[in-house]
Design a protein around this ligand. Sequence first.
Ligand code: SAH
Length: 474
Amino acid sequence: MENKIVKKDIIKKNTIRKNDEIEIVILEMGEKGQGIAYINDLKIFIDGGVVEDRLIVKIVKISNKYLVGKLLKVIEPSKYRIIEECKYSRVCGGCQYQSIDYKKQLDIKRDLVINALKKEIKIDEKKIMKTIGMDNPYKYRNKAQFPINKNGDDIVIGFYKKASHILVDIDDCILQNPRVKEIVQVFKKYILENNVSIYNSKTMIGVLRYVVIRSSFLTNEDMLIVVTSEDELVTKDILIKNLRSVKSVTSIIQNVNKDLGNKILGTINKTIYGKNTIMDSIGDIKYNISPLSFFQVNSFQTKILYDKVGQYANLTGEEIVFDLYSGIGSIALTIAKNAKKVYGVEIIKEAVDDARENARLNNIKNVEFIVGRAEEVVPNMFNRKSEITADLVIVDPPRKGCDRELLSTIVKMKAKKLIYVSCKPASLARDLKYLVDNGFVVEEVTPVDMFSWTSHVEVVLRLTRKNLLGEISE
Ligand code: SAH
């Protein structure tokens, strides 16, 4: 498809001016959910553009490497464009793909993986499978987290507007568990009736900062985490009394976060009502989850993701496995029954406590969890006992990917097989370049849609070791 330039002289970048209005066709989607059109080989990013839309856009930013256009008019809508189901889709920055047909979202996510990987390594597209989607891509989230603001006499609890710090009051969300709506309503009423002070990030005065709700699809229970800037919450008893009217709330935690930054949770948790943890399950394994522990937000697709990990692992019962970035032990406990021994390594102590408790809860004995940074723990184990080896290493790092120190140890350990679970294709691609340069071969890549209606991509890969003599290239 060709881009038709309305303004005849806009062919070369240096003839384009800010505020020019041009006609373009969206040819692909970017990783942040914007549509991308091209003028010659220069990219124009357009928020709200859907692949194959023909649009009039106004140029609002010109840089050396790219342009930004503002969508003025859809001239010919793409066949993938749909009417948004969420009334907040134009204002809320949470979902980027609300106007794209769900099946197409899955193709786009596969394309994002292909494009990211191709920037760093040579890969045959046939190795990248179709994205595994959801049968019912709604109400799948088991965690909701909202900042709280004051707007005159009103209390605003919701999500930030796209690319801004303006909070939009959201009273319903198609991704959240429907119970969240009722809990937020009761919580808001408690704030208003008791005139509870709200934290202001500019003045740094006020108490309530965020509210986080964790919901279990196993028990249908909810954990409410109220984040405060101070140790004391004077109206705590009223909060408990009000929230107990919602039967599903079995746990209320006060989390104290005195940090000035925008990290949601602080390190101190006080259980002010009910249980310290919430229980959920993936397949047959039950997990107790503490407020600070990571748990995949889409419990349904996590089962599919872990099944794929199990399939790629193809264990016989004889293997030593490392599960790095192990969280509450969810992958380790899922695969333990087919392995000889699984070591989990995780940086958050509470998550490791949960992992050990979860091993007991599920009567799994061949797992051991270690608190620490994967890039320190694994090289230390290797240096102390250099014959240490793993038949399989699984890594599931946060968005920034793996530390080079860890990757080089995995190479030195001569692990025969590596499974990489990634939530960020760009850091994955960077890490793969190093692994491929050092003897690993990418065998298969499967994107799994964990974050329907958003542009976030989760992907699982199976790599094998090509030659066990591989020299390290730094
Ligand atoms: N595998 C788990 C968790 C994945 S999320 C699951 O599927 O649920 C990534 C995890 O890595 C988080 O629990 C985070 O606390 C942990 N983490 C972050 N940096 C780390 C590091 N340097 N070393 C070990 N764990 C780390």
